[in-house]
Write a protein that binds this ligand. Structure first.
Ligand code: NAD
Length: 499
């Protein structure tokens, strides 16, 4: 049965009125399971007005009380963990254990949010001048919006909603139209946890809804995560409209493998980081760079049988390594890249394009593909494929491997596998990438550090979660106050100084 889904505004489910919908799929079967409403400009405006009306009271609520809502919220997400994971796997296609990881990474940021009152404290200097005290405070921005991608429908909405709301803002989420059920449920649970209506809203839609948020003067900040062309568009238009904007884009994450690396450990790490979640992670490893021919040959000897043995299954198969990709269009795009790789002369040593899942013939499945002898001028090296396709680029020296990482237009994550501390230290210091793993394949920082790439993987100055999220979602106000005790100093016409 095809279910018509809703928006979530002011603590209530609201039916779409634009008359426009997109199909929501179940990737493991290929079936259409929902109709996703695509909001009009007027619907977005109504949502913003509702959020703006609710925000002042939430900002005035003392931070401890706001933190208590987060504690309740954490309890409710834990209680509904199985339900959320099943819902997520059904709409996204990732396996249920992987869906639980998606939720958990979001939960960790909510745990951080419980302590946000500590980071919102201002500063105070008494006697900064004669009878003058100076102090600063952090205040919320008002209504802020998050626009998120399909690939982490729990984690990324929570990375945006958690810090924004904990800092006293009203939040509007525009999730990917591919998988909106978990975001809707997360907004509902926030209200159940004691959050006031209007503080966590979900508006569904496409470019029309995004443009309405970008152009609405009452939306003070936009946090975006998705592909680089859209990130750049949102950053440019949002900034031109005077908003605070941070946009996180695409990636091409390299794993450099030094001759002294523990090859078993390396291959274990590479197979999970390259093919987990069908390669649909912004921190997936999509390029392996063995240094030296001996290293490359040893790697391929162990890697090829592991790629051939990958277990692909429906999202409900608890033992599958990964499930289907998100849509038929995504599947075709990924297969198209494999074609291009072959045409441009890369060596396809494992070809998973023909994979069929018995009993799920219409699902969006793809076997693991592995390319050897990829070079840096090839399309499959330059562009993000976002599927279960790993490219091996052979480097002659460490310097060549380092230059490769630095010359790529993306700079989200990178890893080096080595047993040599000097090399690891040099790499961490010189590589032009935002998040580095040393013998760690997917170096997503923990919640109280910040997450963000460099180069064309990120637009804006501040990262997501951790202390940067408090900086992004608050404004600093500095107060200079004088309470003179009867002294008269007269007027002063030159700039006051502390001399
Ligand atoms: P996407 O860019 O297609 O969509 C992201 C969001 O933008 C969605 O909400 C979508 O509705 C909206 N959108 C799409 N086209 C738009 C347009 N023309 N105008 C305005 N809004 C538009 O990305 P996706 O396919 O959902 O997600 C995959 C991408 O996200 C990959 O490139 C991946 O690397 C990236 N990603 C990056 C990070 C990071 O932190 N850097 C994390 C996760 C995913």
């Amino acid at each position: 049965m095809v279910k018509e889904l809703t928006h979530y505004i002011g603590g209530k489910h609201v039916k779409g009125t634009s008359g426009r919908f997109s199909d929501g799929f179940e990737p493991m079967t290929g079936d259409v399971i929902s109709k996703v409403p695509l909001a009009s400009k007027a619907e977005v405006r109504a949502c913003v007005e509702n959020a703006a009306a609710a925000q002042p009271a939430w900002a005035a609520t003392n931070p401890q009380r706001r933190a208590r809502v987060f504690m309740n919220y954490l309890g409710l997400i834990a209680k509904h963990n199985d339900e959320l994971a099943e819902m997520l796997a059904r709409e996204h296609g990732k396996t249920i254990p992987d869906a639980k990881g998606d939720i958990q990474r979001g939960v960790e940021v909510l745990e951080f949010c419980v302590g946000i009152p500590h980071l919102m404290k201002g500063e105070y200097t008494d006697n900064a001048g004669p009878a003058i005290d100076t102090y600063s405070m952090r205040q919320s921005l008002g209504v802020v919006a998050g626009i998120t991608p399909f690939n982490f429908p729990a984690m990324i909405p929570l990375w945006k909603a958690g810090p924004a709301i904990a800092c006293g803002n009203a939040f509007i989420l525009k999730p990917s139209e591919r998988d909106i059920s978990v975001p809707l449920r997360l907004a509902e649970l926030f209200i159940e946890a004691g959050g006031p209506p209007g503080i966590f809203n979900v508006i569904n839609g496409d470019k029309e809804a995004v443009d309405a948020l970008l152009d609405d003067a009452d939306v003070k900040a936009i946090g975006f995560v998705g592909s680089t062309p859209i990130a750049e568009y949102i950053y440019t238009r949002g900034c031109a409209n005077g908003k605070r904007v941070q946009c996180f884009g695409g990636a091409k994450n390299h794993m450099v493998i030094m001759p002294d690396a523990d090859m078993d450990q390396t291959v274990d790490a590479l197979i999970g980081a390259g093919y987990g979640s069908a390669g649909e992670r912004c921190m997936a490893i999509s390029v392996a760079v063995p240094v030296g021919e001996g290293t490359a040959n040893a790697l391929m000897k162990k890697l090829i049988p592991r790629v051939e043995a990958l277990k692909i299954g429906p999202s409900t198969d608890m033992k599958a390594d990964y499930g289907p990709v998100v849509t038929k269009a995504a599947l075709e795009k990924i297969k198209g890249y494999v074609e291009i790789g072959l045409k441009e002369g890369a060596n396809l040593v494992v070809d998973g394009r023909g994979f069929k899942m018995q009993g799920y013939e219409n699902g969006f499945y793809m076997g693991g593909c592995l390319f050897d002898n990829v070079t840096k001028d090839m399309t499959i090296y330059k562009e993000e494929i976002f599927g279960p396709v790993l490219s091996v680029v052979r480097a002659k020296t460490y310097k060549e491997a380092l230059d490769l990482c630095n010359d790529h237009e993306y700079g989200n994550g990178v890893a080096i596998f080595t047993r040599d501390g000097d090399t690891a230290r040099d790499f961490a210091s010189k590589v032009q990438v935002g998040m580095i793993g040393v013998n760690v394949p997917i170096p997503v920082p923990i919640a109280y550090y910040t997450f963000g790439g460099w180069k064309r993987s990120s637009f804006g100055d501040l990262n997501q979660h951790g202390p940067d999220s408090v900086r992004f979602y608050t404004k600093t106000k500095t107060i200079t106050s004088r309470w003179p005790s009867g002294t008269k100093e007269g007027s002063e016409f030159s700039i006051p100084t502390m001399s």
